[in-house]
Design a protein around this ligand. Structure first.
Ligand code: OGA
Ligand code: NI
Length: 343
């Protein structure tokens, strides 16, 4: 029997029924997580612009992940958005059920991630995700839930702030690649697809047997993620080892996604990451994604190609990329690889 995702977060106490249990080879092996390494934390309140650009571009090249502090988004707003999203996940299941669908084309939906396992079918991940569009400049209110009542107002304010922050990050990243400040933003295109995917992970009776979010690369271009303080779960690969991204007070986690790796012709890395669970506390993360729209053609930026740096990827429309992404659903997706060029 398939567990209905919307019943999940409200089920207390939660039991780890067989449809959440991964086969041994897919489990997280938490004893092997390497806690002595970490991704860099970068202070955005740095008036030495060359220094800031170089710190950011080094982090994008080496880790594909970093945290930012003094980013200008008010702490109190971050707290309010986390509170209102938490409240959404605490709504009665019937209320969240209106957003349940398996239709990929739906922009607003509640779903569970899963892995396809031979002989076992779909294994559900220990979390629930709510996705909807946000846009810093266009009215997206009609996409937002009416409940909790403050959701629309808080999210609209948050979207404006994150929009400004993303513009700034894209400008710094463009400069880091030696390009005009507005280059990346222009390449991602006029009508970007901008959405959030709030993840709620309830405490899990046995975090060794399941996963909150399986290892994946983000397919968009740029991600700004807000996570709750005091509960860790996000992990990234550094030098072949899983390393935790511990919450830093008042910080955002920033990561490079696949389209940025392609645009930068492989210089900026879209790195494998996952979310594991814990048995004490619920965890909430709120990634904000900035992606091209379906018709936008993505490929290595011409100024970054020369005899020494031939193009590593072919040009494609983002729709082609998304089609490949959905084709690989449930597997350990290797979407980027499908667009690589051999030299
Ligand atoms: C994601 C993601 C990590 C987390 O939603 O793509 O990587 O910490 N989330 O929940
Ligand atoms: Ni991700």
């Amino acid at each position: 029997m398939e567990t209905k995702p919307f019943q999940f977060a409200n089920n207390t106490p939660l039991s780890l029924s067989p449809n959440f249990i991964l086969p041994e080879e897919n489990r997280p092996i938490l004893s092997e997580v390497f806690s002595s390494a970490s991704i860099p934390t970068i202070d955005l309140n740095n008036h030495d612009i060359d220094d800031l650009v170089s710190k950011i571009s080094q982090a994008c090249e080496k880790y594909g992940f970093f945290q930012i502090i003094n980013h200008g988004v008010p702490k109190e707003l971050c707290q309010r958005v986390l509170a209102v999203v938490t409240e959404f996940f605490q709504l009665p299941p019937e209320e969240r059920a209106q957003f349940l669908t398996t239709d990929h084309s739906k922009l607003v939906k509640v779903f569970n991630y899963f892995q396809k396992v031979e002989g076992q079918g779909k294994v559900l991940m220990w979390g629930e995700t709510f996705t909807h569009p946000w846009h810093p400049t266009e009215d997206f209110t009609h996409f937002l839930p009416k409940n909790p009542p403050q959701y629309r107002e808080v999210f609209t304010e948050y979207a404006r702030e994150i929009g400004t922050l993303m513009d700034r990050l894209l400008s710094l990243m463009s400069q880091g690649l030696g390009l005009e400040k507005d280059c990346l933003k222009r390449k991602i295109g006029e009508r970007p697809a901008i959405y959030t995917q709030a993840n709620y992970y309830p405490p899990c009776p046995d975090p060794e047997l399941t996963m909150g979010l399986p290892a994946h690369n983000d397919i968009s271009t740029l991600v700004v993620l807000l996570q709750m303080e005091g509960v860790s779960g996000l992990q990234v690969v550094i030098d072949g080892k899983w390393v935790p991204v511990e919450p830093v007070p008042d910080a955002f986690v920033v990561n490079i996604a696949d389209q940025m790796q392609v645009l930068s012709n492989g210089r900026y890395k879209s790195v494998l990451h996952r979310a594991v669970t814990n048995n004490r506390l619920a965890r909430l993360s709120l990634p904000m994604f900035y992606a091209p729209n379906n018709d936008t053609v993505i490929g290595p930026i011409e100024d970054l190609i020369d005899d020494v740096h031939p193009p590593m990827y072919r040009n494609y429309s983002y729709k082609e990329y998304m089609d490949e992404f959905y084709r690989q659903e449930g597997a350990r997706r290797r979407v980027k690889e499908a667009f690589e060029l051999q030299h």
